[in-house]
Structures are given as structure tokens and as C-alpha cells.
Design a protein around this ligand. Structure first.
Ligand code: C2E
Ligand code: MG
Ligand code: MG
Length: 576
């Protein structure tokens, strides 16, 4: 009896445990995102559970109901779905597919597994699990989009473009034809961004990218937004109607019209275009792109708004620049610069007016590299900051030593690059060095060029006025090579005007240069500027300029730029 009761209790407990685990399984299934179909293999009966009903709005009971389920998918996907639901028909235990709902909006992943039935070695079960993967698919297609397209403009991004260009190149290799690459750089885009704001800048890029998109022709012309304001176009076998010239003509026609922004502005742009071709410019996509980049850089130097083809000398020039750039970085690191000083004299009295500090760079091989070569490079890569700081510090230090030792009154002129002026602390940093060496600010003169006046009128005028109020003189260097007219200069706080050497070179032989030079000298005096002629190389030029009323003369005729010890000799000779 006791034994029977015990058996009964055990059965009850086992039953309770069974229904509990059934309950747990049910809970798990019902809360699952998966929809399930169960079929005992070979049987007709089907069971669905999990999210199946909410996914398809139906349940399956018999094998023939599968036909209703297939209607829930696109026509195209019906066959793969059927194959997936019945892997046993091809002798497999596992099958999977991804498929779309009949309206194409929802994506599913279906996985079918056939597993042995633990309780019956002769029977097997089939479990189909179905998951809604629409979100996963969307993320995937976003990622795919980002892998191929540029998000600002919707045309190919740089990486994908490079791989397509590589395909162009290998096709061209087989069919012995050329691939042309046009690199298009929008001129002065930075100005548009600065003045109109980056939203307008982006819209302009979008509109331009959209225009390029319309020029794409499958397997012939591809376009890409490389970065910022740079676009690339590759033309496969640029002959006949798909020539570089035709493309450039279309581009010019488009740019002759303005771009209309949603903010109301109409913006007109120009572009510099560098062309490099496979196989002439290089053997790989990146080689060709790099060559086109160098050509664009050259176009900018030549005044923008042009198209230029890659030629070997352009590369040579560029490599020379790169070499100088690398050496220049080292020179800055080792402080391999020194100052030379060129005297300036009052024309009538031939008395020393002052010296102009001119920086010199002796490279490791002992070669002197002229500032006209390295200053523009230093301005481009930012090294001018270090060089400028050295020039100001070293020349003012040297000037203090001379004025202590010789007790003579003369000026020190220092060339300042536009980039140095742009810095917010420019005035303070100059004044700090003047203070440090206890020099009278009115003995210091800064030489600026016209380009800085045009660049940033208000802030430059404010800085120059501050310097002048503190006593520092301002001299306008290379006058006549830039854009400003004399009447324009009235607005600027300038004390001295240096007539460019190019006028002095031809003033004796060319009547029109003579008229211009004389009127510059006359008008400068009328406006109260002191005048300096630079690059005076002989007695005839000297006498002519002095008679024409030029105040100060600088040039090889009276003295070349000298190292400091030679200036010492000059000063002690004058002291006698
Ligand atoms: P710049 O300021 O107009 O300097 C005058 C240039 O003309 C100097 O060339 C000088 O050596 C040269 N020169 C003077 N008299 C004669 C002459 O009679 N005949 C000939 N053929 N040349 C003469 P340099 O030293 O090669 O400087 C070239 C330019 O580099 C300077 O033109 C100036 O713009 C820039 N530069 C020089 N030193 C510095 C510097 O320390 N900082 C900055 N930012 N620029 C500098
Ligand atoms: Mg100068
Ligand atoms: Mg000059």
C-alpha cells in the first residue's frame, strides 16, 4: 500500500514537473520574436507557435496550408521559400533563405532544421524558425550605401571610385585604350564656406554632385566626390563624344550659370581641372589620381579656372618642391636659418636709413636656398610660423646689439608674411619681442604685401592701426605687383611704399614704366608716404630715381644683403 502511494506521489511529482517545464517552454516560445512551425517528419499535421500568428495573421494545421503561407511572399521568393521549408526533398537536414513579404516591405529569414526524435529512433522532427529581419536589412543597406556613396552628394565615394577606376584601367589594358581622369577643384570654395556658411557650401557641393551624377554613363563615365571641394571624373576610352574636351565644355557651360541655393542666393563658381591619363601618367588608379592632384595644384598657381593636362615637367617641379618641403621641415627642427641685412640709404644724402632683414637658409649641403623658393612653401605648410618667429626674435635681438654698440639711429625693416598677420596674437607677439629687447618701436618697420590688405580688410586695418599707434612703422612692399591702386591705399595706415624692382628694372628704357613710376612717386608724396625704390642696380637708375623724388634707395648698387658680421664692418666704418 505504502509502495503504491509512493508510486502515485512520484507520478504526480513527475507530472507536475512536466507541466511546469511545458509551461516554461510555452512562455519562452510565446515571448520569442521567432515564429515556429513544427512537423513530425512524414506526418501531415503542423503546429505553429511563437510569433507565427502575429507575423502572418494565420496558423498552419495541415501540410496543405503551406500553400497559403507561400502566398505571403513575393512571386520571386516563393520557390526559394518552398525549397527551404522542405530540405528533406533534396536529402538535406538544414536549409535557410531570406525572403520578402508579398508587398516587398518586410524581410524574413527562414531556417529549417531536421532533428532526431529522442523518444523514437525511427522518427524525426522538423522545426522551421522564421524571423523578421527588416531592420537588420535596412541597416545593412545603409552600410552598403555608405560603403559606395558619398553622403553629401550621393555620387560615388573615393574608395568605390578607386575600385571602379581600377576596373577601367584593367579593361583599358586588355583593349589597349586610355582612361582619362579629370580632377575638378572648385576655386575659392573656402571663401564661399567662410562667407556664406557651411550649410550653403554643402548645398553647393550637393548641387554640383547632382549635376555630375547626370553625366555618368555606365561603363564609360564615372564621377566621385573625393573630399571637400574636390571631385573626380573618369572617362573610359575618352574618344569621340566622350572626350575630355567635350566633358570640359559641358562643365564650363554649366558653371557659366549660377547655382541657385534654397536660401535664395545665386552662387557662381569656377573650377580648376587637372587631367591625367592612363597609361601615360601612371600604372595604377592611385598614381593617376595623384598626378591629377599635382596638375590641379599647378592650375591654382597659374590663376585658377583652367584645365591643364599632366606633363612630366609638372611632376619634376612638384618633386623638387616636396624635396624642399621635407628639407625645410628638418631645417626648422635644427634651426638652420640665419639673417642677412640689406642696407637702405636716403637718396639725397646717401646716409644710412636702415637695414632690411632677409632670412637665409643654408641647407645641409651648404647650398643657400633663396627665400623666394622656400617662403611660399613655408606659407603653405604652416612652417612660416616658426620661421617668422625666428626672424622677428633674431633680427630685433641683433638690432639691439648694434644700437647699443654703435649708438646710431637707423631703422630695422622686417618682412612679415600674410599668415603671420592673420594670427590673433600677432600684434602682442611683435610687441613682446620689442619690449624684451627694450627697442624703441619707432625704429622697427614691418614690410607687408598688398595681398594681405585685400584678404581681410577689417582685421588687418585694426592690427596695423594698433601697431602704428604703438609707434611701429608700416611699409608696403613690392608695390605695383598686386591689385591695389594708390587711391585704395589711402584707407590703410601705411607710412612707406616700396616700388617693386620690376619697375626699376625697365624704368630707364620703357617710357610707360617711367610715367607710371613717376606718378607713383608723386602721388605717394601727395598722400604723405615715404618712397623706397628696391632693386636699384646701377648709377643711372640711382640718379634717375633720386631726381624723380624717390626718398630711399635700396639695391645692389649701394649694398647687397650682408651677414651680420659684415653689417658690423659697415657700421663701424660709418661711425668713423
Ligand atoms: P623683398 O622683401 O622684396 O626683398 C627684396 C629682395 O630683393 C631680396 O631678395 C633682395 O636680396 C633682393 N634685392 C635687393 N636689391 C637687389 C638688386 O639690386 N638686384 C636684385 N636682383 N635683387 C635685389 P631675397 O632676400 O631673395 O628675398 C626675396 C623675398 O623673400 C623678399 O622680397 C621677401 O618677400 C621674402 N623674404 C625674405 N626674407 C623674409 C622674411 O624674413 N620673412 C618673410 N615673410 N619673407 C621674407
Ligand atoms: Mg621686403
Ligand atoms: Mg620687395
Amino acid at each position: 500500500m505504502e509502495e503504491k502511494n509512493y508510486q502515485l506521489d512520484l507520478l504526480k511529482a513527475q507530472n507536475a514537473q512536466l507541466s511546469r517545464s511545458e509551461h516554461i517552454y510555452k512562455l519562452i516560445c510565446e515571448s520569442s520574436d521567432y515564429g515556429f512551425i513544427y512537423q513530425s517528419l512524414g506526418g501531415e499535421e503542423l503546429l505553429t507557435f511563437g510569433s507565427f500568428k502575429s507575423m502572418f495573421g494565420m496558423e498552419l494545421h495541415r501540410l496543405r496550408d503551406i500553400e497559403d503561407l507561400l502566398d505571403k511572399f513575393t512571386e520571386e521568393d516563393k520557390k526559394p521559400v518552398r525549397d527551404t521549408l522542405f530540405p528533406e526533398s533534396t536529402g538535406r537536414d538544414y536549409s535557410t533563405c531570406e525572403c520578402r513579404s508579398s508587398n516587398g516591405h518586410v524581410w524574413y529569414r527562414i531556417v529549417t532544421r531536421i532533428v532526431p526524435d529522442d523518444s523514437d529512433p525511427f522518427s524525426r522532427d522538423k522545426i522551421v524558425s522564421i524571423l523578421n529581419i527588416t531592420r537588420e536589412k535596412a541597416q545593412h543597406s545603409d552600410l552598403l550605401y555608405m560603403a559606395y556613396y558619398d553622403t553629401t552628394t550621393g555620387i560615388y565615394n573615393r574608395n568605390y571610385f578607386v575600385s571602379l577606376l581600377t576596373e577601367f584601367i584593367s579593361r583599358a589594358d586588355e583593349s589597349k585604350c586610355r582612361v582619362s581622369l579629370l580632377m575638378i577643384d572648385i576655386d575659392d570654395f573656402k571663401k564661399i564656406n567662410d562667407v556664406q556658411g557651411i550649410i550653403v557650401g554643402d548645398e553647393l557641393l550637393q548641387q554640383f554632385g547632382f549635376w555630375l551624377k547626370g553625366r555618368m554613363i555606365k561603363d564609360r563615365i564615372i564621377c566621385s566626390h573625393i573630399n571637400n571641394d574636390i571631385f573626380c571624373v573618369a572617362i573610359y576610352d575618352a574618344t569621340g563624344q566622350y572626350s575630355v574636351e567635350n566633358f570640359y565644355n559641358d562643365l564650363k557651360k554649366r558653371l557659366s550659370d549660377s547655382f541657385h541655393m534654397s536660401t535664395g542666393q545665386d552662387i557662381t563658381i569656377t573650377a580648376s581641372v587637372g587631367v591625367a591619363e592612363y597609361p601615360d601618367a601612371g600604372g595604377s588608379a592611385l598614381d593617376i589620381i595623384n598626378c591629377a592632384d599635382i596638375v590641379v595644384y599647378n592650375c591654382k598657381k597659374m590663376g585658377k579656372n583652367i584645365l591643364q593636362y599632366f606633363e612630366a615637367p609638372i611632376l619634376d617641379d612638384f618633386l623638387k618642391n616636396v624635396d624642399i618641403e621635407n628639407k625645410l621641415k628638418e631645417a626648422v627642427f635644427h634651426n638652420n636659418f640665419m639673417m642677412y641685412y640689406q642696407p637702405m640709404y636716403h637718396g639725397r644724402t646717401r646716409q644710412l636709413r636702415g637695414v632690411e632683414a632677409l632670412v637665409r637658409w643654408k641647407d645641409d649641403s651648404g647650398k643657400m636656398i633663396p627665400p623666394s623658393v622656400f617662403i611660399p612653401i613655408a606659407e603653405k605648410n604652416g612652417l612660416i610660423d616658426h620661421i617668422g618667429t625666428f626672424v622677428v626674435e633674431e633680427s630685433i635681438r641683433q638690432y639691439r646689439t648694434w644700437s647699443d654698440y654703435y649708438n646710431m639711429q637707423f631703422k630695422l625693416s622686417i618682412n612679415i608674411s600674410a599668415l603671420q598677420y592673420k594670427k590673433d596674437d600677432f600684434v602682442d607677439s611683435i610687441m613682446a619681442v620689442i619690449d624684451k629687447y627694450g627697442v624703441d618701436p619707432s625704429d622697427i618697420e614691418l614690410e607687408i604685401t598688398e595681398s594681405i590688405l585685400i584678404d581681410d580688410f577689417d582685421s588687418v586695418t585694426t592690427k596695423l592701426t594698433r601697431l602704428r599707434n604703438l609707434g611701429v612703422g608700416i611699409s608696403l612692399d613690392d608695390f605695383g605687383t598686386g591689385y591695389s591702386s594708390l587711391s585704395y591705399l589711402k584707407k590703410f595706415p601705411i607710412d612707406t611704399l616700396k616700388v617693386d624692382k620690376s619697375f626699376i628694372d625697365t624704368v630707364l628704357d620703357d617710357a610707360s614704366t617711367r610715367i607710371i613710376t613717376e606718378s607713383i612717386l608723386n602721388m605717394s608724396h601727395a598722400m604723405g608716404f615715404e618712397t623706397v625704390a628696391e632693386g636699384v642696380e646701377n648709377e643711372r637708375q640711382f640718379s634717375y630715381l633720386v631726381n624723380a623724388g624717390c626718398d630711399v634707395i635700396q639695391g645692389f648698387y649701394l649694398g647687397k644683403p650682408l651677414p651680420s658680421e659684415k653689417v658690423d664692418e659697415l657700421l663701424s666704418y660709418m661711425k668713423k
